[in-house]
Design a binder for this molecule. Structure first.
Ligand SMILES: [Zn+2]
Length: 282
């Protein structure tokens, strides 16, 4: 599932490809993608004639800012946007098409069909599902150490599942939770309330750095992620622990371990991230 950096890359790419375009017509081939309004015909009718002014991100959600309207799109597992010429054949699993007045089309493809689209009046999207309960934006100015500490510190749950809770911090998924904990030298099974102030400081910094590095790596290579069909792929930076079970840790050489935590595969280095609290690493 795309996480904050991948969605940010898609948003930056969409801004390059479709910002300023005018929607002539919208066609919906799979009704269940359209969550609001409930009638897909109404969805199409409302969007007709609107222009795309900007595309922004909130957590793992994409916000298309149109004139007098906001379209909130969630890619979930497999959702993909691609820009095509209208005479190009429509590929399988294409569920929504935005036809522009310049002969191009933004196509939404989703093999798993889990993605969603919601339409709102501007501002309304933040007080309604699915955005209304989203927590801190980790690359936003509100993600101060104190705000982070307030969300994390008082809780007795394990730190890894807490990082995945979108109502605390928005946008972190399984990959970047594992990576941030590795960078901070914190075992994923530590309880949040056991973390010292120094550990919290390290984790706060690690979250920002991990996400920012992934965003800039993705952002700097956007071109290679738009394939011949104009489809935006997902960037994934080189990772330290995620997906590296039984491979040597980049820091210490010990083999990366994998366990299941809160139903999610969890990767860590037993040496760099000891379960017992210990002296600060750096
Ligand atoms: Zn290590």
């Amino acid at each position: 599932m795309p996480e904050l950096p991948e969605v940010e890359t898609v948003v930056q790419t969409l801004n390059k490809l479709v910002k300023g375009k005018n929607i002539n017509e919208v066609s919906v081939h799979l009704a269940r993608i359209i969550q609001r309004p409930s009638d897909p015909d109404e969805f199409c009718a409302i969007l007709r004639g609107r222009s795309i002014h900007n595309i922004e991100r909130r957590g793992k959600f994409i916000r298309f800012l149109l004139d007098g309207l906001v379209l909130v799109s969630h890619l979930r597992m497999e959702g993909r946007y691609g820009l095509y010429q209208s005479d190009e054949p429509v590929e399988k699993h294409t569920h929504v098409i935005f036809h522009f007045d310049d002969g191009t089309e933004l196509r939404y493809k989703d093999v798993r069909q889990f993605g969603t689209m919601h339409l709102f009046s501007p501002g309304e999207e933040f007080v309604q599902p699915p955005l209304h309960k989203l927590g801190l934006e980790p690359l936003g100015p509100e993600f101060t150490f104190e705000a982070f500490r307030e969300q994390i510190s008082p809780r007795s749950t394990k730190i890894k599942p807490l990082l995945l809770n979108q109502e605390r911090i928005a946008g972190i998924g399984n990959i970047y939770a594992d990576e941030a904990l590795f960078r901070a030298g914190i075992h994923p099974e530590r309880t949040a309330d056991s973390l010292t102030r120094k550990e919290l400081l390290r984790l706060h910094e690690a979250i920002i750095e991990t996400l920012q590095e992934a965003v800039s790596a993705g952002g700097s290579s956007i071109k290679s992620y738009v394939n011949g069909q104009g489809e935006m792929g997902m960037f994934q930076q080189s990772l330290n622990v995620y997906g590296r079970k039984d491979m040597p840790c980049n820091e210490c050489g010990q083999l990366v371990a994998k366990t299941v935590l809160g139903g999610r595969g969890t990767h860590y280095c037993p040496s760099c991230q000891p379960l017992k609290r210990r002296k600060v690493r750096r």
